[in-house]
Design a protein around this ligand. Structure first.
Ligand code: GDG
Length: 473
């Protein structure tokens, strides 16, 4: 079988035991370990100048990493990727800014990375590129003469055309995306937004089998919702139950109910609204005072992007204010922990909480929601309160689905979750575990890669046929 090359902005730390917070890292690493292959991307280091990749082999995965110069980091990563694309694709145009120099840097880094990768590519390899940092990557590889199948998966939402058009170089970006053989999205709504952009702008046409003909190329555009390995998570959650940290947390709770939230510290995750809805619960239902706590784990990310500094300050302020308003000598309503924890420990904490509180304002999928469900004890499961704007909401029918902009509705959902009878909790949990098992992480990877292999062969045949027809016409 041909070799798999995975390309993503950041290659996860290779040392065992170092937690890699972030859905992409978790999803990609698990997928690669099973098939074996190469993972190419940024090492996380700042380098004086671009150089050839550093190669490190561990098990059946070869890590090929490169440094970024400070200028590249500022323009491509901190700038266009995280200050323009990330906010806009999460419908936060108010937080998005555009700078031509940064966009030029974004394109430049994509070209440099493509040149660095090209040296490692063998004729049979198939290339799977991930996420918004690399929208033009296939175009850059094609310009260098690379003919291999190249697929792309977007981990975050793709916005509706009206919002996409607020990014000044929107058309160039979408055109570049059409250089891939397969473009994958988390949900059908994201896929539809992309197709709408192409069709309403008269850039191409789509057919029944999710194929698009645009800018002279044929590509498949489909939804591939990312999954997890629910049984492995359930096992880890159970095994870590006896860990000292889990025991001491349970002791500290002294029979109180626990609402758990875990997110990278990001404005898209709706943390401020979440705290305020919990405050609304305490305000409307004083019977819960002293009987329930919210634990929010939020490891900081992108701390050098300004909007992330602001959300951090804002959240600290809100946690302090709400605790100041309601805390008692022996009860702190919100425990806000601004750091990373070991993955299996998180799963065990999920298992010992009565509510998983996952309420992003916008999220491609949200793996935490899935992990929360998988971590539960089927005999006495907790309840998931989930935002309708997470891709995961389509797939978790047993969750209490809420609108994160409606604080009263969220407070009511929390109360319902905290009071839900056992039989209903069990039924809801079973309804969610079944689809999580069917659409696990291997299915996500295998479906995507099968489509990529198939489409790359079929479209090169079709393109040749179209060219021949053009010549004879
Ligand atoms: C992007 C998209 C999409 C969190 N804190 C710690 C920790 N985590 C782990 C979680 C989970 C992962 O990080 C976060 O994944 P999410 O999916 O929730 O969110 P993003 O990071 O925004 O991921 C998202 C995802 O890509 C995959 O396609 O679902 O929509 O935005 O696995 O458990 N892990 C450890 N310590 C922590 O403190 N070890």
């Amino acid at each position: 079988m041909s070799r798999l090359i995975v390309v993503s902005n950041r290659v996860a730390p290779t040392q065992e035991g170092r937690p890699a917070a972030g859905g992409l890292a978790i999803g990609v690493l698990d997928a690669l370990k099973e098939t074996g292959g190469v993972w190419f991307g940024w090492s996380g280091e700042i380098a004086a100048e671009p150089s050839t990749p550093v190669i490190e082999k561990q098990g059946n995965v070869t890590y090929a990493t490169v440094g970024l110069t400070k200028r590249d980091y500022d323009q491509y990563y901190r700038g266009f990727s995280n200050a323009t694309l990330w906010p806009t694709f999460h419908y936060r145009n108010d937080l998005s800014r555009y700078d031509r120099q940064e966009y030029a840097g974004y394109l430049r880094v994509n070209v440099t990375l493509a040149k660095q990768l090209k040296e490692l590519i063998k004729p049979d390899d198939i290339i799977w590129v991930h996420d918004y940092h690399l929208l033009p990557f296939a175009r850059c590889l094609r310009d260098l003469g690379v003919k291999n199948p190249i697929g792309f998966f977007l981990h975050i939402p793709f916005p509706v055309p009206e919002v996409m058009r607020t990014v000044p170089p929107h058309e160039e970006l979408v055109k570049c995306m059409c250089s891939y053989d397969v473009v994958g999205f988390q949900t059908d709504a994201d896929r539809q937004s992309f197709v709408d952009y192409i069709e309403r702008g008269h850039h191409g046409t789509s057919s029944d089998e999710n194929m698009i003909h645009a800018y002279g190329r044929f590509l498949k555009v489909a939804a591939y919702p990312i999954g997890i390995y629910p049984d492995a998570i359930a096992k880890a959650a159970e095994q870590f139950t006896d860990r000292k940290q889990v025991r001491s947390m349970r002791d500290a709770m002294r029979g109180r109910k626990l609402i758990m939230s875990v997110d990278r510290l990001d404005y898209s995750k709706g943390l401020v609204e979440r705290f305020q809805a919990f405050e609304r619960l305490l305000q409307n239902a004083p019977g819960w005072h002293g009987r329930v706590s919210l634990v929010q784990i939020a490891p900081p990310t992108r701390a050098d992007v300004q909007t992330y500094q602001r959300i951090r300050q804002n959240l600290e302020g809100e946690a302090g204010r709400i605790n100041g308003r309601f805390a008692q000598l022996d009860w702190t309503p919100i425990q806000y922990l601004n750091r990373k924890y070991e993955r299996n420990l998180l799963m065990a904490l999920f298992r010992h909480s009565q509510v998983g509180y996952v309420t992003p304002l916008r999220d491609g999928m949200n793996l935490v929601a899935k992990e929360y469900v998988a971590s539960q004890d089927p005999a006495d499961p907790g309840v998931l309160v989930l935002s309708q704007f997470a891709g995961a909401a389509e797939q978790l029918p047993g969750a209490l689905v809420v609108n994160p902009f409606d604080l009263s509705q969220m407070a009511e959902a929390l109360e319902r979750a905290l009071s839900m009878p056992l039989a209903e909790r069990q039924a809801r949990h079973a309804d969610m575990m079944a689809p999580l098992r069917v659409n696990n992480l291997s299915v996500w990877r295998d479906t995507f890669l099968a489509d990529l292999r198939h489409v790359a062969t079929a479209s090169s045949v079709t393109e040749k046929a179209v060219k021949r027809a053009d010549v004879t016409a």
